[in-house]
Design a protein around this ligand. Structure first.
Ligand code: SAM
Length: 273
């Protein structure tokens, strides 16, 4: 008989559902049980554990931060690629940056990619800002955060294969990347140095300079109403009045406090107090 490995029991699924909700605000639906089983089974095998409960106990016990991060990665979706959702990049280059240059005209443009995953989004931002602000004498910085340190480590290396690079024009690839073997390309050092990575949980308040633009894309869909409201309040506190918030292509803003005005689908502007 072929040994297919441990089976995820409904009670064990509930343990992981509670864990990911408590730690990240994510609602993991029951229908994801097969996916969770498949992804976590690899960790059980690597560690020689015979049940999902044993794995849960291990990742929730002190001194297992690295394994906890691996568990987090297995339970979340990290899907991303360069210049995802073209309308957003058109808006940034054709509307937002020209307006910012007209009204501010100097200084540093500050952007934050608030669920940056493996780095494709913050590097797309850095490239767009480099192109949009060239010859203006202005600088740009990109803060990039994610709850998961595994994806952040990959982001810092800045090396990508064909899937991540699918939307790039040959011109962009030649200008901002260098070949890194095996059909991979690395983001050039000058662009990498514009991006600063650190771990941050969107369920917590964030500290730092006020931002001109924050991207919170393709992460709100995993939160319930209470978690979403918390994230919007925390993120709004980091945007300067008149600054922009961009959500994922299929996401909409729940904003009972009226902090933002609607600009166009998935794009919002923070009101002045
Ligand atoms: C689908 S990816 C989105 C990547 C990118 N923003 C995009 O749109 O292409 C979702 C990311 O959100 C992160 N994430 C999930 N919960 C989070 C939380 N509570 N705080 C910060 N990041 C979180 C995951 O680790 C994952 O990397």
């Amino acid at each position: 008989m072929v040994d297919v490995g441990a089976t995820l029991q409904p009670g064990e699924m509930r343990l992981f559902q509670e864990l990911i909700y408590r730690e990240a605000g994510i609602r993991l639906a029951d229908v994801k049980a097969n996916l969770v089983q498949g992804r976590l089974r690899k960790r059980l095998e690597a560690l020689g554990l015979d049940s999902f409960r044993a794995y849960h106990d291990l990742v929730t016990s002190p001194g297992h931060d690295d394994e906890f991060q691996r568990c987090l990665e297995a339970l979340t979706t990290n899907e991303t690629f360069f210049f995802r959702h073209k309308q957003h990049w058109d808006f940034i280059l054709d509307d937002l940056l020209p307006e910012w240059k007209r009204s501010t005209g100097r200084g540093t443009f500050r952007a934050w990619s608030a669920a940056s995953s493996t780095g494709e989004e913050p590097y797309s931002l850095a490239i767009a800002l480099d192109a949009g602000l060239s010859q203006s004498g202005c600088k740009a910085t990109v803060e990039a955060t994610d709850i998961n340190t595994q994806v952040l480590a990959r982001a810092k290396a800045g090396i990508y294969g064909t899937y991540a690079l699918q939307k790039l024009t040959p011109h962009c690839l030649a200008r901002y990347f260098t070949p890194a073997g095996d059909e991979c390309h690395q983001v050039q050092g000058r662009i990498r140095s514009m991006v600063e990575y650190h771990q941050h949980n969107l369920q917590e308040p964030s500290r730092g300079q006020p931002c001109d633009l924050v991207l919170v894309r393709n992460v709100l869909i995993y939160f319930d109403t209470a978690s979403k409201a918390k994230v919007v309040t925390h993120v709004a506190a980091r945007i300067r009045p008149g600054g922009y918030l961009i959500l994922g292509g299929a996401e909409s803003l729940s904003d009972p406090k009226g902090l933002f005005e609607y600009v166009r689908p998935t794009i919002y502007r923070k009101r002045s107090p």
